[in-house]
Design a protein around this ligand. Structure first.
Ligand SMILES: NC(=O)c1ccc[n+]([C@@H]2O[C@H](COP(=O)([O-])OP(=O)(O)OC[C@H]3O[C@@H](n4cnc5c(N)ncnc54)[C@H](O)[C@@H]3O)[C@@H](O)[C@H]2O)c1
Length: 346
């Protein structure tokens, strides 16, 4: 297995033990050793980068979906070679982590061979953080762009009903330093995982990120989940969400236009999420990319700063720092997640 940029395997002993517990649970629910390991690594990584909404709070959801036969624990994943650069994966309703892991590795191989790798995936599920896969490509000195769609959460500009998912947009590049540049952002003001965690823990969400079902602004997480989330930057964010739905849904053969099922609430069938992985070499047009990107980042970081800002950071720096800090500590598990563990281990 390709090591991640910051490597879950370098985390504290307590975290390693927690990972073993997660692997055990996934295996109990029918995943193979390897698929359980891939999935556990992704969940632990999410905790370590501080993306708690995509971490262990989702473990029960994945297991419930396996139990209800809407995630296939023993998928027969087909990889079709379209050309040396292009591959098409039918994930056979696998857990999303596994489909994405295979896809990014294939995209890396294709790009190393030909300069560019394009891999589309259909019949997949929720795969967690796009940036986690981007790191693998960046570690191999490739630029990458990754798209996935998600269940309806955000109302298209001008509509009063959610249809787009929080459809993250991800771009990663080597920086010539040890910290990768990884822009990995939902197109919603806040990602849905954060609202779910707030709802489970009876916490409020910030103002201006969601409307209740009557179209009124709300800070109540439960009401927000019943209402609509707001896109970033109005019609611009709505357009970006639409683009992701086309690239990862329409283009790949995955579900699109509001058809992706909510993983927590809709067990009527598999999600059939689509993903698109694009990877390419940094030296396709210039020989000195590393020097150029360093110069680019240097110039931006040197700009005069707003009062109170210590450092102008590039995307990915904050998560890298968080990972480093959290790796040394024990992962804190909420009481709800502890309850989930008790249920899942029975
Ligand atoms: N699989 C799915 O269906 C799905 C859906 C939505 C989101 N997600 C994932 O959720 C994760 C979180 O998304 P999010 O929108 O909450 O991310 P976020 O708001 O935490 O960060 C967005 C981006 O901004 C950068 N950033 C943050 N603070 C910064 C600063 N001070 N200066 C410069 N850059 C900064 C981050 O590094 C990141 O690249 C992502 O990894 C995304 O892939 C997954």
């Amino acid at each position: 297995m390709t090591k991640q940029f910051h490597g879950v395997e370098k985390a504290s002993l307590k975290t390693q033990n927690l990972k073993k517990e997660v692997i055990k649970i996934f295996k109990k629910y029918g995943l193979s050793n390897n698929h359980a390991l891939i999935s556990a690594n992704a969940l632990i990584n999410a905790e370590l980068v501080g993306a708690y909404g995509h971490g262990l709070s989702r473990l029960k959801m994945y297991c419930d979906r396996i139990s209800k036969k809407v995630i296939n624990p023993k998928p027969k994943i087909k990889i079709k070679k379209i050309s040396q650069s292009i591959s098409y994966i039918d994930a056979n309703d696998s857990i999303g982590f596994v489909a994405a892991d295979i896809a990014i590795k294939r995209a890396i191989i294709n790009a190393k061979k030909t300069g560019i790798g394009l891999v589309a995936v259909k019949n997949s599920g929720h795969y967690g953080l796009s940036g986690y896969y981007a790191e693998q490509a960046v570690k191999k000195n490739l630029i990458t762009m990754i798209y996935t769609n998600a269940p309806p959460a955000v109302a298209p500009h001008g509509a009063i009903k959610s249809l787009f998912g929080t459809n993250p947009i991800c771009f990663g590049t080597p920086t010539g330093s040890k910290i990768p540049f990884i822009l990995d952002t939902s197109i919603s003001m806040i990602n849905r995982g954060k609202i779910r965690v707030a709802s489970r823990n009876n916490q409020k969400i910030p103002f201006g990120v969601a409307l209740d079902k009557f179209g009124k602004p709300t800070t109540d997480a439960k009401k927000a989940l019943q209402g609509v989330q707001l896109p970033i930057a109005g019609f611009r964010g709505s357009g970006l969400a639409w683009m992701v739905d086309i690239l990862s849904g329409v283009f790949t053969g995955g579900n699109h236009s509001g058809k992706v099922k909510d993983p927590f609430d809709d067990f009527s069938g598999p999600q059939n999420i689509g993903h698109l992985f694009i990877t390419f070499k940094t030296n396709l047009f210039v020989k000195n990319y590393n020097k150029r990107i360093k110069e680019n980042i240097y110039r931006i970081k040197r700009l005069p700063k707003i009062k109170g800002v210590k450092e102008i950071m590039y995307p990915g720096q904050n998560k890298y720092k968080r990972f480093k800090k959290n790796s040394k500590k024990e992962i804190k598990i909420s009481s709800m997640t502890k309850k989930d563990f008790t249920i899942l281990k029975k």
